[in-house]
Write a protein that binds this ligand. Sequence first.
Ligand code: ASP
Ligand code: MG
Length: 473
Amino acid sequence: MKVKLQVMKFGGTSVGDAFCIARTAQIVAKAARENGCVVVVSAMSGVTNRLIEAAKNAQTAKPPEARVILEALKNQHEAALVRLIDSEEERGRIRPKMEEVLAEGRRLCEGTALLRELTPRALDAISSLGERLSAPLIAAAINEEGTASQAIEATELIVTDAFHGGAELQMELTREKSQGRLRPLLEKGIVPVVTGFIGATAEGQLTTLGRGGSDYSATILGAALDADEVIIWTDVDGVMTADPRLVPEARTIPVISYREAAELAYFGAKVLHPKTLNPVVQAAIPVWIRNSFAPERPGTKITVEGRSIGGGVKALTAIRDVTLISVGGPGIVGLPDVVGRTFSTTAEVRANVLLISQSSSQNDICFIVSAADAKRTVEALRQEFEQDLAHHNVEHITADSNIAIVAVVGENMRGTPGIAGKTFNALGREGVNIIAIAQGSSESNISFVIEEKAVKTALMTTHREFGLDAAPS
Ligand code: ASP
Ligand code: MG
């Protein structure tokens, strides 16, 4: 009897070359001695980007360039195969599988070039090739470690709707299929190596879960199989108290709650795909973030209850590629529908609104959107308020991109007085000017807007103020 069932996901850098794949295979083989293991893999690092480039080349009638990319990917995977697998016979078993995937890629690019049209469906098919190439390679490497393993395409397991490029999960069907396909393998002691990132509609049409979606694939399978834990193996030690490139004293957080991790994922600490925790929260399946380059380190455990710490602050995060938009002027006081019209406009242009702040004098509404959404948002607002601008009811609609959002995150901040005070005191002392502030009523996140050039100072100061570099978090 195996002790527990683990789903382990290995990201692109953890399978980036033959050397990394070998280390990954050792981690899996070791775990599989005690536990049932399902492995989920990303494409080798950079491969998905290259495939998307090939697809775009094909679309703009540059098929030779697409072919060159596919040829390079073929060589890259062949080189890894030769390094990982000693026996020519075994190589001869894997090669045709990879060749089949590559041939499909060539046909898809040719079709795209012919039509000069890249449909979302074709883009999904092309961008999924990287996982379909890496999975057989990694399964072979695990076999090489003496642990039986088999590559499985997630189109056989994960059922989604037909929204290409970011499909929605259908959990009940996924559960049925995953149990039916993977349980028998696990019972025979075989480690399934599943392609991350990919799903299929109930009719069998391939879809993808969105960029970085392999994390999500892992938790989907974890929930579908009632696994005991999900381990996301990556190239960092876990969730950190702040970005270590900006705050050298940043530390790995040993235990963090689902809610805190989700706040951080949302606010730009790009450790996890934002949907990753959705499938496992209800069943309370713990998720670990661990470093495949330093497997002896414990990593971060994400669970229902993070461990409580004195001050309540767990981590800091910053997002820089954002723009502050403000709609205002004394004339808007008493105009009843300015707020409504502002946000129905942002919704119409599908701008992602990250933070909203309005003073009670109602002189001004300001909010933040991703920099990529800023231009079309401002244009749409100017159109919406054209009459009001002409009549000076609305004095200005302005955009400022030299700003950043910093968020102070921690579930136990709820009901702990003084956190905002401490934060803003410390920032004041260091001369960091606060442009806008927002705290949701969940109280697990205080966000503030500052000038972009002050981000490093703001993070360092707050990090020190809450003792995140020292106290066990
Ligand atoms: N290979 C996909 C991507 O690069 C999915 C993943 O790595 O999670 O987006
Ligand atoms: Mg990734």
